[in-house]
Every structure is written in C-alpha cells, then in structure tokens.
Design a protein around this ligand. Structure first.
Ligand code: GLU
Length: 296
C-alpha cells in the first residue's frame, strides 16, 4: 500500500510558558487546530521553554488547561524544548564546523553604548525588522586565539551567525518561502527571504544553549511540521528560519502568518495584561464559543 503519511499536513502551536495565554494565543491555537482538522492533518503542541529564567511549570500547566477548555485536542507526547537541548547544540556545532558562527562576549550594555556612540557622531545605525539596532559585528573577524579567549574566558558569551558568510553559503538557490497568510504589508504567495536585514543573529544565548531561531527550525524539522501557522509578528523572522533550514538541510514548511489581535491601546496583546487572558474570560463565565465568536 502506498505510504500517504508524508502527505499528511502537520501543524503545531508553540507557546512559551512565560505567562498566561491571551486571546492572541487562542486565535493562533484555534487556527492551527481548525486548519489541521479541515485538512485531515495532525495538530501538535510544543512548549518553547528555552528561556529557563522566564519559563515556569505553572504556566505550562495553565497552557494545557486553557487549550483543553477551548476544546482543542492535541497529540501526546508534547515536545518540550528543554528536554532536547543536545539537538540544538549539535545543530550549532554543525554551523560552527561550516565556519558560520562565532562567539561574542559583548554585553547588551556594551552594544547599546557602541550604537549610541556611533549615533552621537551622526551615523545612521541600521535596525532589524523589529526595530532593534543591529549588532556591531566587532567580534566577527577575531583571530582563533582571541575567539578561544572568549570561549574559555569565563565571561558569559553568545554564539552569533556570521550573516554575510551564511547568506553566501546559502546562495546557490534563491531563498524564498511560500506564504499562505499575509505579511504586514499584505505580502502573500512566493516571498523572497531577506535574512541579512537581521544582521548577526544570536543562535545560542549566554544563559541557554540555543535561541528561538535555532530551536524553532530544529524542532519544526524533527516534528515533521509541514505548516507553520503563527502571528504576523514573526513574519520577518521567517527569513532567518529559511536561511537556517537551507544551511542545515532541513525541509521547508509552508508558512501562514495570521493577523494580530490588538488591545484597547492599539498595541499587540501581551501576557502581562491579565484582562485579555483566556483564564480571565473563563473565570468571568464566558464560554469557548464566546471566545471563538470574539476572535475568529
Ligand atoms: N514560541 C513563540 C511565541 O510564543 C512562537 C514561535 C513560533 O510559532 O514559531 O511567540
């Protein structure tokens, strides 16, 4: 009999347990769940808890409670990123073997000062798509002994992607993705990825052996995710994900970025605002059908 399993779409909802889920998460989870159901696909849950300083077990429990209350069934076992740190470390090692990453001990404060100094001199400092000033790249071209001094020096350090070299290494084919949702400017269809706009992104943090960008692509591949449905705030980050997928020989999912829900202040909902928490609606006697009617 023909193996049709590879043709089955696989969706995932991938929250970080660093706060209570809000209506924006409900929208993301419901879209993933409903699209999986409509296409005969699978719906997985992944707990993105790389940042152990902010993630807490009680928030993970609250995620399960909220999703179950919303009536969204997901497959077990749930993948928890903190259980798979060695996977991210080996992906980083592979990029290191390719000569595409370097250690960086410049602290956030030092980066801020470098940028402020340059701007004080009238220099127009480039910013990433989220508006954050790009890393100055100072440690990119250090000689081997200076690099080793960073690694063994005891000061906290990150690992950064040498974006220029990485883009070059991936340049044999055009870097694109298929967008079935919309970007912030209505982009849809075949999108050209521009990872260089992010500069030398962090792939391994000083306090965690990975970063969002690295772990998300490793996990999407390991879980066989074919459809990434997530908020539009991550639209531009997809360029970095496509670059890492190309460099690490990982399959390319289809991407669908959905609209963001805004609060009364016109800003993206945040986990710190208790009013829009799913549990707050539950406690106020609202039903899952009310939530659906409110956001879908
Ligand atoms: N963990 C991310 C978040 O909570 C979502 C990652 C993704 O969907 O790619 O915002």
């Amino acid at each position: 009999m023909a193996d049709t399993s590879s043709a089955q779409p696989v969706f995932r909802f991938a929250p970080s347990p660093n706060g209570l889920l809000h209506l924006g998460h409900a929208l993301s989870a419901m879209l993933n769940h409903d699209m999986a159901k409509a296409s005969g696909g699978r719906f997985l849950l992944r707990i993105e808890d790389i940042d152990q300083t902010r993630c807490r077990p009680e928030f993970e429990t609250a995620i399960s409670t909220d999703l179950a209350w919303l009536g969204l069934g997901w497959e077990r076992p749930v993948r928890r990123q903190s259980d798979h740190l060695e996977r991210y470390a080996s992906a980083l090692q592979r990029l290191n073997d390719m000569g595409l990453v370097y250690p960086s001990a410049l602290s956030r404060g030092e980066i801020k000062t470098a940028v402020a100094d340059a701007e004080a001199k009238g220099q127009d400092w480039p910013r990433d798509p989220d508006g954050v000033p790009l890393y100055p790249g100072r440690e990119r071209d250090l000689a081997a002994d200076a690099r080793n001094a960073i690694i063994t020096g005891g000061k906290p350090h990150t690992w950064r992607l040498d974006m220029k070299e990485a883009v070059l290494a991936a340049s044999a084919l055009p870097l694109t993705w298929q967008e079935t949702g919309r970007g912030p400017d209505g982009e849809t269809g075949l999108i050209t990825a521009d990872p260089a706009a992010w500069g030398d992104v962090i792939l391994s943090r000083s306090d965690a052996p990975s970063s969002y960008h690295l772990s998300v692509v490793v996990d999407d591949a390991l879980q066989g995710i074919t459809q990434v449905v997530r908020g539009r705030d991550l639209y531009h980050a997809t360029a970095v994900h496509r670059l890492l997928q190309r460099l690490l020989d990982l399959p390319e999912p289809v991407y669908h970025h959905h609209r963001l829900l805004l609060g009364a202040d016109g800003r993206k909902l945040s986990k710190s605002n208790r009013d829009t928490g799913i549990s707050a609606f539950r406690e106020a006697g609202r039903t899952p059908a009310d939530i659906r009617a409110l956001i879908l």
